[in-house]
Design a protein. Structure first.
Length: 177
């Protein structure tokens, strides 16, 4: 009988080829995954702003026009018991105690041009936490309920968008427009 000195298994070259193939596939898949995550964050940001608009409509009805709109996200947030200072119309992430409020890779702000009750207007804005990582668009909406996207975004907002800025047609365009 002949003695066989061969061992079973894979050679180092075969293992290196498999690792190289896996790295090539990963280099193709990871950017697509990141783009998908960014797109999901942006869709979530639009949804949060839409929910804030709906919450503001309920707030206005519940606390009457003598109070007006909520002037902060905290006023729409949870409370025990629910009141005009914490109306229980949003979750604790959106109705956080100190703006900006963080949810789904975006920071959310609320501003008003009114200094005191009744608050006649509001502006809600959302900006990515990390530009080109968690998102690449800034969004805003006012009491008219139209959600707008910044036309030429280049960086995250440093603070909440002002009412006049959100309404500026040279800066923001309605979604779908």
């Amino acid at each position: 009988m002949k003695n066989r000195n061969k061992t079973r298994g894979f050679s180092l070259i075969e293992l290196l080829i498999v690792v190289a193939i896996i790295l090539i596939i990963a280099s193709i898949a990871i950017p697509n995954l990141l783009r998908s995550k960014m797109s999901a964050n942006e869709a979530a940001a639009v949804s949060v702003i839409r929910n804030v608009n709906n919450s503001q409509a309920v707030y206005m009805i519940q606390y009457t026009s003598s109070v007006g709109y909520a002037s902060t996200l905290l006023a729409l947030g949870p409370g025990t018991p629910c009141s005009k200072a914490a109306a229980c119309l949003s979750d604790q992430l959106v109705g956080c105690s100190a703006e900006p409020c963080l949810k789904s890779g975006y920071l959310f702000y609320m501003t008003s041009t009114s200094g005191s009750e009744p608050y006649a207007d509001y502006t809600t804005s959302g900006t990515p936490v990390n530009w080109n990582s968690t998102g690449q668009n800034n969004f805003c909406s006012t009491e008219d309920g139209v959600i707008r996207k910044e036309k030429n975004p280049t960086a995250q907002l440093g603070s909440g968008e002002l009412h006049s800025g959100c309404m500026d047609v040279t800066k923001y365009t309605p979604l779908g427009g």
